[in-house]
Design a protein around this ligand. Sequence first.
Ligand code: ADP
Ligand code: MG
Length: 685
Amino acid sequence: MNDEPLRSLKGIGEKTEKLFAKVGVTTLRQLLHYYPREYDQYTSPVPVSAVRAGTTCAVRGMIVNSPSVKGNQRKSVILLELVQDSVRLQLTWFNMPFLRSTLKKGASYVFRGKVQEKSGRLVMEQPEVFTLGAYDQMISCLQPVYGLTKGLTSKMVAKAVRQLTESRALEQEYLPEEIRRENGLCEINYALEQIHFPENMETLQQARKRLVFDEFFFFLLAMRRLKERTEDIRNAFPIRAVWTTEEVIENLPFPLTRAQMRVWNEIESDMKSSARMSRLVQGDVGSGKTVLAFLAMILAAENGYQSALMVPTEVLARQHYESLCSLLADNHLEQYEPRLLTGSTTAKEKRRIYQELADGSCKMVIGTHALIQEKVQYHSLALVITDEQHRFGVRQRTALAEKGEPPNVLVMSATPIPRTLAIILYGDLSISVIDELPARRLPIKNCVVNIGYRPNAYRFIQRQVEQGRQAYVICPMVEESEGMDAENVLDYTERLKHTLPESICVRYLHGKMKPAEKNEIMEQFARNEIQVLVSTTVVEVGVNVPNATVMMVENAERFGLAQLHQLRGRVGRGEYQSYCIFVQGTSDEATSKRLDILNHSNDGFLIAREDLKLRGSGDLLGTRQSGDMEFALADIFRDSEELMKASQAAGKLLAEDLELAKPGHELLRQALSDFAALDQHDIGI
Ligand code: ADP
Ligand code: MG
């Protein structure tokens, strides 16, 4: 039933369906699991004198003078001014003439909306209006705020979800009673209802706990079943060490760090061994993982085998492709002519690459998910490397493992995970850690500032650009979205274009753009044809433009520190002094304190741990640590306790019933496959 299309709901026609499709929701199940991004809390009303620009708030005020109306019936503006202690707040409503008779002179109301400063005056546009009594009832209520696209409002999403939660039994409980009892988990339908429409903080917490558990549990079930199938497999592609890799290492413009050398030796000895390699290489941003991947590919090619390097974005694929080409050229290994295979590769080019992969003439391929499409057949795929692995689910790994003889697997990740968690999450992999950064890098200078500092920041960026450098500016959102007070890439770019001199080229980049457009922009940035790139966190993943020296992050409070640390890793990659400017959208002290950790540490592991400690585990509405793990809700740092529990439960269950074939496990088995099909990770950020 939950596989039915969205259209089966009342009030959802073709147009709305298309809007939902844009955020990745086409079936009822997807809608149900389209969890709110955050919750709007109706806080106690404040007096006019306490209102501040840039915040959303509820103001209590008495109407002294009748509101004035301008314009005609079709296009009217109602203006009302609230005054207290000589603070004035202008309320404005467009095209709502009926309000005039609703608002009674001498009566008090609560007005709720975003406060802006316009030509020196405080203004609230289109505020919601409540009587005092009505507002009292709303206080402490949590309203869902969803990830949106233009034309789609949180109200529309909420209304659609309501229809589901009210009219149908959503899911049949699939978790065995015992697992629920042992882990203190609420029932699934209750959890789904409360995650969308929480009665209060407590019920939200319960709902979240259950859904987080499920995410981990299913992930672990899938992964461990995969492990059962692939463990102890003989290495079908035994390899002999070659001089070439030694020469390539000698030829690099820098010496490898000791940590890089150690990990390279581990990789090499795995590949030579008679058992298949399954290795995770963890190393902080900038620790130099890429070159190890290339060495492994060269080693495979020199032994006559194929290798594939898979990355999460086209931008990164292209960048790796170009670096590999130049590394090969520097070492007279051009004969290996690597291929680039992504979604925007032309059909003709794709056919040619498929052919070369099938007949074995292409030895090295770099690409995105396109590498694992059904049509792609490999001749002798001995090595599969995934870079920035956290964006790939078990499913993708399974797909690759099923292409011919199981290849050696190397996974590269910059996500700082403590070893205990890594063992649970990547239980099927051995772990290598690059725990050392290349020497002679200038440390990045950081500052945490509030929005008042922007003019200085822009002047600073301008000076850097005049010296030939480049800058990133990160905003949390792509476009303006109702209910979310955060900077967005589109509007910000326009503003910045006006602020900076015309000679500076400012462009934007975000996850909803077409891949070809993204590539084009990223390439222009790499060639310094664009000097300032305004972007969402899409640049967080592995991009390497050593000439960029400024990373300015707007609404830094909305990001997990580990994520900010990743963003910071995009600068400081070359010889120039680099700078990070974290701009706080809200000026509360807890946030400043949290962000301040970044000033004192450059260690990704430590940063994530400290962040978590400061926020405490009760912080439900807080930011996620890592932008885009495999999970919709779960956060491996904040929810590490649930992760441990899910791990135990999964272990116990599989020990009893590996195939999930015993009576009582039918629903669970079905839910596991539904879960795997729910791909929510490719939605643009
Ligand atoms: P990451 O581990 O984040 O993927 P990269 O592999 O992209 O890091 O490397 C970051 C930068 O450091 C690249 O420009 C790379 O050429 C350079 N690099 C890698 N290893 C070393 C080293 N041992 N010494 C100096 N620079 C290095
Ligand atoms: Mg990298």
